[in-house]
Design a protein around this ligand. Structure first.
Ligand code: ADQ
Length: 472
């Protein structure tokens, strides 16, 4: 099998890939181990220009080379904090209102992608298959192509692809889509994301796109596909049961004194709908006095990107809301919302999921949302909790056993909480089984293998002699 080169904004460390990290790191590492190869990307460090230019730093683990570079402060600001997280992230999550556009940051984004491509070129071999991940690296493939790299190159977008009317808000939208067309395979989380991309190709890029993902645009042919990222459900179940007896989980259980537990775990991000969730829980307590004192919401949300303004704001809002709601409904021995800002070991999170009666996963928009899947896989099959899930998470496409909610509908969310808390065992089991069928069908291995099979099998692109027909 040909070697695999994975390129992502952040590279997991060799120790993280051994199990303490999320499923993605483990899944990608599995593919790398099978075929041998390189995992290339940013180390997460901000360094001086001269240190950055010394990279990449190489670490070997069996047949896998971890190759990382540091970024100078200006590059970090423009590429990561700026265009990636203050422009692309909000717009791709339908939050134009939070997006800022700055030409210099965009120029920095493209410059860093070209610089990263130059750093990567020296690690490449002629037959390597290159798999690039996520919105930080959209122009990475184009930068390689402009240096004459003709290897098979695929791109997977972990976040939603917005409908064209939203994407048009980013001034260089056409350059971004043109960059995507330099890959041989472009993968999306859901059919809706793929359709939005096709829509742009046909209506705004004078291209063509067929239902089975054959795209021609900007003088290139490529394949698009839907590859639903998943988890390894048995591994999660094992982590959840391994943790069951551990002291802190027992302590939490004891401190609940028989109250029902609702679990929510997210990165602290405005796309995750945390404020709306807190308000819905408050509304539930207001309308259901019998539940006051009898149910606790545990929200675990470690801060991310805390040097981006909008992230500081969401943190303040959330602290304010948690304090306000707790002020209103706490008793001497009861706190309705326990809000924690730390990261937790995976086994601990999974066993907390298993102890809880509801997994409340209500993003305003999410590419997939692995927490929803982990919540289900962590349940006790004999007495499972209920997943309450936003219709705007990519996972909603598969998890038909969830109670589906619109996160903008406070009353609807409150009703779903009430319904989940009193759902009979037989219905809980049935819903759990429905979800588990899909978790098994689309596990992390299927995601990875189907993407790579398409990339390895795709007909290599030949430059088109003329623009495709059917232009508007
Ligand atoms: P994220 O936005 O990070 O991922 P998600 O899919 O839920 O969202 O993944 C988060 C991961 O981090 C989960 O595995 C979760 O268990 C873990 N995690 C969260 N909080 C934690 C904590 N406090 N301690 C330890 N671990 C924690 C992006 C996209 C998603 C897409 C994924 C994968 O935004 O839509 O599903 O990539 O493609």
């Amino acid at each position: 099998m040909t070697r695999l080169v994975v390129v992502s904004n952040r590279v997991a460390s060799p120790t993280e890939t051994k199990g303490s990290a999320g499923g993605l790191a483990v899944g990608v590492f599995g593919a790398l181990k099978d075929s041998g190869g390189v995992w290339f990307g940013w180390s997460g460090d901000v360094v001086s220009d001269s240190v950055a230019n010394q990279g990449p730093k190489l670490e070997q683990d069996g047949a896998v080379t971890f190759a990382t570079v540091g970024l100078p402060k200006k590059d970090y600001d423009q590429y990561y904090r700026g265009f990636s997280n203050a422009t692309l992230w909000p717009v791709f999550h339908y939050r134009n209102d939070l997006a800022v556009y700055d030409r210099d940051e965009y120029a920095g984004y493209r410059r860093v992608n070209s610089w990263l491509a130059h750093r990567a070129i020296k690690l490449l071999q002629p037959d390597d298959v290159i798999w690039v991940h996520d919105y930080h690296l959209i122009p990475f493939g184009e930068a390689l192509r402009s240096e004459g790299v003709t290897n098979r190159m695929g791109f997977f977008l972990h976040i939603p692809f917005p409908s064209p009317q939203i994407l048009l808000n980013i001034p260089p939208h056409e350059e971004l889509v043109k960059s995507l067309c330099c890959y041989d395979v472009v993968g999306f989380q859901t059919p809706g994301d793929q359709a939005a991309f096709h829509d742009y190709i046909v209506r705004h890029a004078h291209g063509t796109a067929t239902a089975d993902g054959e795209v021609e645009a900007f003088g290139r042919k490529l394949k698009t596909g839907v590859y639903r990222i998943g988890i390894f459900p048995d591994e999660i179940a094992e982590q959840a049961t391994r943790g069951e007896a551990r002291q802190d989980v027992m302590d939490l259980k004891q401190s609940l004194e028989g109250r029902k537990l609702i679990m929510s775990v997210d990165r602290l991000d405005y796309s995750k709908g945390l404020v709306e969730r807190f308000k819905a829980f408050e509304y539930f307590l207001e309308k259901s006095p019998e539940w006051r004192g009898n149910v606790t919401l545990v929200q675990i949300a470690p801060p991310t990107r805390s040097d981006v303004d909008t992230y500081q704001q969401i943190r303040h809002n959330l602290e304010y809301e948690a304090g306000r709601i707790n002020g209103r409904y706490s008793g001497l021995d009861y706190t309705p919302i326990r809000y924690m800002n730390q990261r937790y070991d995976r086994w601990k999170l999974m066993s907390l999921f298993r102890e809880s009666q509801i997994g409340l996963v209500t993003p305003l928009r999410d590419g997939m949302n692995l927490v929803a899947k982990e919540y289900v896989a962590a349940q006790n099959p004999d007495d499972p909790g209920v997943l309450v899930l936003s219709q705007f998470a990519g996972a909603a496409d598969e998890m038909k056993g969830a109670l589906m909610v619109n996160p903008h509908d406070m009353v609807g969310m409150s009703e779903a909480i009430g319904r989940a808390l009193s759902m009979p065992l037989a219905e809980r089991r049935e819903r759990y089984e429905t979800n588990m069928v899909m978790l098994r069908k689309y596990d992390l291995g299927v995601w990875r293998d189907s993407f790579l099979a398409d990339l390895r099998g795709v007909k290599l692109n030949k430059p088109l002699s003329k623009r495709p027909a059917g232009n508007k």
